[in-house]
Design a protein around this ligand. Structure first.
Ligand code: SF4
Ligand code: SF4
Length: 186
C-alpha cells in the first residue's frame, strides 16, 4: 500500500459517524494485528482488517469505503473475539459496508449485485427463491456460466424450485423491508 498523508485527508465526520453507528471507540485500537491474524479472508483482502481499523481511525474515508475487503467480509466475528481491547471489529466492518453501499461505493460489483438480487428475492417472496435470484444476478452481471457445473449435482436432490414456494408471513417480511426504507429515509 502506498504511503498516505493522513494530515491531508483526515475526515473527522467520517470517524464520528462510524463511532456513532457502530457504538465502538476507534481510538482503542493499538494495531496489535490479532484481528488480521485470525481473519479467514486476510489472503483475499486488498486491505487487511487491522489496516481498515487504522485507516478508519485516521479518517481516510475514500480509501476505506473503496476497499474490496468490506464486500468479502463474512461477518464471522473472529476479529471481534480476538481483539484484546474488546472492540467489536466485525460490527465496524458491517457499518463500513452499509456506509459504502449508501454512498455508492462498490468495491466488488458482483458481490453487491448478488446481495441486491438476494434481498429483492426475499422482499418479493418472503424467502429466497433461488432460480429468481440467479436470473436476476446473471442478467445484471452477464456471468452466464458461473457455477453452471453445480446444476447436475443439485437438481436431482429436488432442492431447486422453479416457481416461488408460497409461505406464511410473506406480507410481514415485506413490511420489514418497508419499515427499513422508511427508517432509512428519516
Ligand atoms: S468478521 Fe470479517 S473482518 Fe472479521 S475476521 Fe471475519 S471475515 Fe475477517
Ligand atoms: S485486534 Fe483490536 S486492537 Fe488489535 S489491531 Fe485489531 S482492532 Fe486493533
Amino acid at each position: 500500500m502506498k504511503v498516505i498523508n493522513i494530515n491531508l485527508s483526515y475526515n473527522s465526520d467520517f470517524v464520528s459517524q462510524v463511532e456513532e453507528e457502530s457504538g465502538q471507540k476507534l481510538n482503542l485500537c493499538y494495531q496489535c494485528g490479532k484481528c488480521t491474524a485470525g481473519c479467514p479472508y486476510t489472503a483475499e483482502y486488498d486491505i487487511s482488517v487491522s489496516q481498515i481499523m487504522r485507516l478508519t481511525q485516521t479518517g481516510q474515508k475514500d480509501k476505506v469505503l473503496q476497499s474490496k475487503s468490506l464486500w468479502l467480509c463474512a461477518t464471522c466475528e473472529s476479529c471481534t473475539a480476538r481483539c484484546p481491547n474488546k472492540i467489536d471489529v466485525a460490527r465496524i466492518m458491517d457499518v463500513l459496508r452499509h456506509m459504502a453501499r449508501r454512498e455508492g461505493y462498490t468495491g466488488i460489483r458482483t458481490v453487491k449485485t448478488f446481495w441486491d438480487s438476494f434481498l429483492n428475492s426475499v422482499r418479493s417472496n418472503g424467502r429466497v427463491f433461488e432460480v429468481g435470484l440467479l436470473a436476476n444476478y446473471i442478467s445484471h452481471t452477464g456471468r452466464f456460466w458461473t457455477d453452471i457445473g453445480l446444476g447436475p449435482k443439485i437438481l436431482p436432490k429436488g432442492k431447486i424450485h422453479f416457481k416461488p414456494v408460497e409461505m406464511k408471513g410473506k406480507k410481514e417480511v415485506t413490511k420489514i423491508f418497508m419499515r427499513f426504507k422508511q427508517e432509512s429515509a428519516k
